[in-house]
Ligand binder design. Structure first.
Ligand code: IVH
Length: 690
């Protein structure tokens, strides 16, 4: 590769890896499979080795992916918290063993362990008590999650036996498959997006702001590392783990000492088969030099220990026949082929559907009707079809015919020159596109309105809603005509619309659904221009001056604003009180709770976050724990017993949601307009119920 090309590829890979690392560690919503990510990282490592002059100190190869998040206190790690070198190839594990034997001779052993697929945690115990828990963070400092860690199942607050006075131990927080399935069922019922896998669910749960909710999530923990630098007197890692277990700490029993590469391979083969029967996710095997003396001698690179390597399993595959193929129209009009499969078990869940991506991919895979296909889970929720088993194809099976018209509205499909996808151009009239736009607008990362697929379908089929602004025009009597809707559901829905008026401008911009304007780009554009008028008036050059905005995005923004229907939609949304500029907070509702410090606990008719927002907008202060300063505890169903006990002890009043709502002025249930404009109430016919 030429020098310039190498530099360009290094820059490109660094960008992709940094972005995906953020999606993985911070958003808990990866869009790339671990395998794809690892392969790109290895490519970058190779290029940097070849062209060391292009290796930047902050390259993703030199740093661990950071999980640091706003809202947490960050604390330094006593010893850096690093990652592991990983490989998918047995011959690279052999190379590791050869190197180890060359430098250490024959008087050492390996400790083989499972590689647990959760989120890393570092625990400090002082005087036998759990003192602190930090996430890995950026490896140097971590987020303090101590209160949440106290809610992890099986993790002792107090040790027994002959424990050291002050020590650190590290491990992985996991969400077992059954807790994961239960959580996702709950989320789907509440029309919230499910977690893609147990790892994301575990790390998202460990970062919740409410420790009682963490307690309900069913997390567990397994510990696997006492840093050799800590000076504790263990001859080997295995001994350290046995001791930790004797103090009552959860340490896996599936460890095994190996003395040769042959024994390592036996361990790998065994667990590659048996791991399917474990109640939690694993993604490989970790091979560690067992003797502490040698661990200390080998030390660390900037990112990984030299005394360990992870052998990662390729994503599990399942083989199952295609029953039929649906062609789904997304909000942008793109048509995606999705295969309906004979249900099959894959990595702990049952898979019934898998994406075929686009017409080109169907061609590349050479899909025929009724084919048996290999399915894998990538980073996304819908699994991918990665190959066909030709030996199982029935004689005379035909190739599926990609539709030439939109399966929803019948409009002929179009394909732009360099697009891989076919599109339905009927963006205004195609029901799937309209519903897709509404779902995107209501999504958690956009306006966070309680309207999932079922609700959008109902609102659309009744003819009540065509564009996002219609949502804010809905009347209570309309809502109560929806099948299955009662006062309570209407109230919850209304509260989520109200709360959406507080959504900051960058998310409103994202919610508008301009093609190619994702969350991050929307944020950059919002910050750069400050308000919607400036974006609408921006020239192509001005748009291009925003970091990350290339020609495709700039043209898409220009096209979107050139459509006058979008201008009208923005005016309507603005009139409803949505935020179309940076920095202006939605006006408060009243000062009914001024001077009150309120703790919320339990389940309410709206989400706890919405309840807290409501308190704030009526002038009250939210607090996480009950103290002498607490004005009252606002208790929903199943409040935390510890909080109730504390209230009794301190004489703090406990109030129900009903009592609480009675404190709020009825007329002020909808936000005030920004100065100078008259804002209609969200529900003109509401006084009968609210
Ligand atoms: S030892 C200095 N042992 O895998 C690093 N890590 O992909 C010491 N992991 O950051 C880590 N199972 O979060 C170790 N048995 C195990 C592990 C393990 C899972 C995680 C850990 C690490 C990541 C690297």
């Amino acid at each position: 590769m030429e020098k310039a090309a190498a530099k360009a590829r290094i820059d490109e890979l660094s960008g992709i890896l940094m972005e995906n690392s953020r999606r993985y560690y911070v958003d808990n919503a990866p869009t790339m499979s671990d395998y794809e990510f690892d392969m790109l990282m290895h490519e970058l490592e190779r290029l940097e080795e070849q062209w060391p002059e292009f290796k930047e100190p902050d390259s993703p190869t030199q740093r661990v992916g950071s999980d640091l998040q706003k809202g947490f206190v960050q604390r330094p790690h006593r010893y850096p918290m690093l990652s592991l070198a990983n490989t998918y190839s047995i011959s690279e594990v052999e190379d590791f063993a050869v190197r180890a034997e060359r430098s250490l001779g024959s008087g050492f052993s390996y400790c083989c362990e499972l590689k647990f697929d959760g989120t890393a945690i570092c625990l400090t115990y002082r005087d036998g008590k759990l003192y602190r828990a930090l996430t890995r963070g950026d490896g140097v400092k971590g987020d303090d999650v101590t209160e949440n860690a106290r809610r992890i199942g099986g993790l002792p607050q107090i040790l027994h036996g002959d424990y050291p006075k002050d020590f650190e131990i590290r491990g992985e927080v996991l969400m077992p498959y059954d807790a994961f399935d239960a959580l996702n069922r709950e989320r789907l019922d509440a029309e919230e997006p499910p977690f893609a896998n147990p790892r994301n669910a575990a790390s998202g749960s460990l970062k919740l702001s409410d420790p009682e909710e963490v307690a309900r999530r069913g997390l567990i923990c397994t510990l696997y590392h006492i840093p050799a630098q800590s000076g504790l007197d263990f001859a080997s890692h295995d001994e350290a783990m046995k001791a930790a277990r004797s103090w009552g700490l959860p340490v896996s029993e599936h460890r095994s000492i190996a003395r040769s590469i042959g024994e390592i391979k036996e361990y790998i083969d065994y667990w590659d088969r048996q791991r399917k029967f474990l109640p939690f996710a694993t993604d490989g095997i970790v091979i560690k030099i067992n003797e502490m003396e040698y661990q200390r001698a080998l030390g660390y690179t900037a990112k990984v220990p030299r005394w360990a390597v992870a052998y990662k399993f390729k994503a599990e595959q399942a083989l199952t026949p295609i029953l039929s193929i649906d062609y789904q129209v997304g909000r942008t009009g793109a048509v995606t082929p999705v295969a309906n499969l004979r249900p099959v078990q894959l990595s702990g869940t049952i898979v019934k559907r898998a994406t075929l991506v686009n017409a080109g991919q169907m061609e590349a895979l050479d899909i025929h009707e009724g084919d048996w296909v290999y399915v894998e889970k990538g980073g996304e929720i819908i699994p991918k079809i990665t190959g066909v088993e030709p030996s199982k194809r029935s004689a005379g099976a035909a190739k599926p015919v990609f539709p030439s018209v939109c399966p929803d509205c019948g409009t002929p499909l179009v394909r732009e020159e360099d697009e891989a996808k076919w599109f339905c151009p009927n963006s205004d009239g195609c029901p799937m596109q309209i519903k897709g736009e509404l779902l995107h607008f209501a999504g958690r990362k956009a306006m966070n309105i309680l309207a999932g697929e079922a609700t959008v379908e109902q609102l659309f089929s009744m003819g009540y809603v065509r564009t996002p602004a219609d949502l804010y025009d809905l009347t209570l009597s309309q809502l109560l005509t929806l099948e299955g809707w009662k006062e309570k559901s209407a109230r919850r829905f209304r509260a989520s619309l109200e709360a959406s008026l507080d959504v900051p401008f960058d998310r409103v911009l994202f919610a508008l659904g301009i093609r190619f304007v994702g969350e991050t780009t929307a944020k950059q554009i919002a910050e750069h221009f400050g308000n919607i008028g400036a974006i609408a008036a921006a020239s192509r050059e001005e748009l291009l001056s925003v970091p990350d905005v290339g020609e495709v995005i700039a043209d898409s923004i220009l096209d979107w604003f050139a459509d006058e229907r979008h201008g009208i939609e923005i005016q309507r949304l603005e009139a409803h009180g949505l935020r179309f500029s940076m920095g202006t907070r939605a006006a408060g509702l009243s000062s009914a709770l001024e001077g009150k410090t309120i703790v919320v606990s339990g389940v309410f008719s709206v989400s706890r976050d919405e309840m807290k927002a409501l308190i704030g907008r009526h002038g009250g202060k939210n607090s996480g724990s009950v103290s002498g300063k607490t004005s009252f505890l606002l208790a929903g169903a199943n409040p935390g017993p510890e909080k109730i006990r504390k209230c009794e002890e301190l004489g703090v009043p406990v109030m129900s949601e009903e009592e609480f709502r009675a404190l709020l002025p009825e007329t002020a249930s909808a936000p005030e307009a920004e100065a100078g404009s008259v804002k209609p109430s969200l529900f003109d016919d509401e006084p009968t119920l609210f």
